[in-house]
Design a protein around this ligand. Sequence first.
Ligand SMILES: Cc1cc2nc3c(=O)[nH]c(=O)nc-3n(C[C@H](O)[C@H](O)[C@H](O)COP(=O)(O)OP(=O)(O)OC[C@H]3O[C@@H](n4cnc5c(N)ncnc54)[C@H](O)[C@@H]3O)c2cc1C
Length: 475
Amino acid sequence: MSTDPFVVVGADAAGLSAASKCRRAAPDREVIVFEKGQWISYAYCGMPYFIEGRVDRMADLLSLLPAEADERGIDLRRGHEVTGVDPEAKTVRVESDDETFDQPYSDLLVATGGRATTGSFDVRGVDGAFTLHSMDAAAAIDAYIADPDEYDFGRVDDTPVDRERVAYNAELAAPETAAIVGGGYVGVEMAEALVGRGLEVHLFQRSEHVLRPFGEAVGERVETELADKGVTVHTETPVDALVGDDRIEAVAFDGAELAVDLAVVGVGIEPNTELLAETGVDLGTGGALRTDDYGRTNLDDVYAAGDCATARHTVTGEETWLPLGLTANRAGRAIGSTVAGEPTPVGDIAGTAVVKAFDQECGRVGLVSEAEATAAGFDPVSATITAGSRSGYYPGAAETDVTLVADRETERLLGGSIVGPDRAAVRIDTLSTALDAGMTVGEVERLDLAYAPPFSPVWDPILVAAKVLNGQLDD
Ligand SMILES: Cc1cc2nc3c(=O)[nH]c(=O)nc-3n(C[C@H](O)[C@H](O)[C@H](O)COP(=O)(O)OP(=O)(O)OC[C@H]3O[C@@H](n4cnc5c(N)ncnc54)[C@H](O)[C@@H]3O)c2cc1C
């Protein structure tokens, strides 16, 4: 047995990025990855598009197959759950169907991700009620929506899907009316997916607007878009209960009940940290594993990355927990380099996120509202503008809303959001870059952004917003 194994727990974005990078950088290093399930390297982000039917085969959502992990020299053990860590002995307790054993590690990465929270709702054992935080759940929802005699098992071929669960759901009567509980990005993407599958869709959001982390201007535009596309949006309407014992029958809210035969609960996630419960590990924001600039926890040689780990916020410099795909891949890759002998910081995060709501593209980064900026200790000033996405005379030009938030004293840009139907989402990357560089609003206004009629007006919407906000700072 190797004397310095790098042991990884979890075989998705963070875990396999780390394992692959370590093997490439240090080909002689033994790398063992334990994955409790059968799926590896899958794209959760593609699940709504699979359910919608835009992606034909679930296998297309897999980026690295077990055989390819093997070719990379990764010792991948599926069906192996890590149930405990002994930081003194530097071992992990591993349980599989066949055996339980203690695996020594030299370095350990915990990349266990998160799980869907359901609040007071219990979807277990209730046909037609789901959360969407596993490939098996996505396959089950897809099968449930299909007419019993029309479901195509070819959709899930060449995957380790739970075929029994799929077959069970495929046999149930197809739903006609759906309730989505939670108007976050998963809820909004699922609304589009279910409308695409021909269902009548109701979306329930507890607060004033959907897509809360994207700010008010985005939320308002998306609500209009959802309504235009046939979704009934219930804002400021918390769902009190799911009704139905064996099969979902209704959702209860505001003293009323709405009959539904499909419910998708998307109210949030929480980090998977139980395997370190007895170790004295520090937990931080959101109950995630507290990590430093290199992804290290407070336990010697124990790292954490992805949805189970904290990170540092680009703008506030404070600890944060914003579980997103690139954050997981990037931190995993950095830790893979570090344990291979090249110390690499995981990098700060600004919560850069994009989402599509039918024909509207939305983006957000940093602190997107004055309230958020005030809470972080800034003296904020903000502006929301509407500008064209291309030269007005060029076909396809569309109204784009941009909100920018800055600090009055330093004039530093703190964050922003964007919404519009014409390539709005990708424009958020300009703001993300500006935040990373710590730019002032004046510096953003003077950026040399590209212009040609089919792509942008002379003044890109980001520049228009910076110009307006800069004017306010001068007042
Ligand atoms: C519906 C949906 C849509 C999304 N869309 C986007 C998007 O558009 N953009 C974006 O940036 N992000 C998106 N995300 C978030 C993104 O998928 C996650 O941030 C990313 O998957 C996190 O990767 P991870 O490796 O940290 O964790 P995970 O992907 O959760 O992987 C963790 C792995 O660890 C395994 N594991 C857990 N505990 C143990 C244990 N004790 N022993 C062994 N194995 C264990 C799990 O089985 C799992 O395979 C989406 C998520 C969902 C659910």
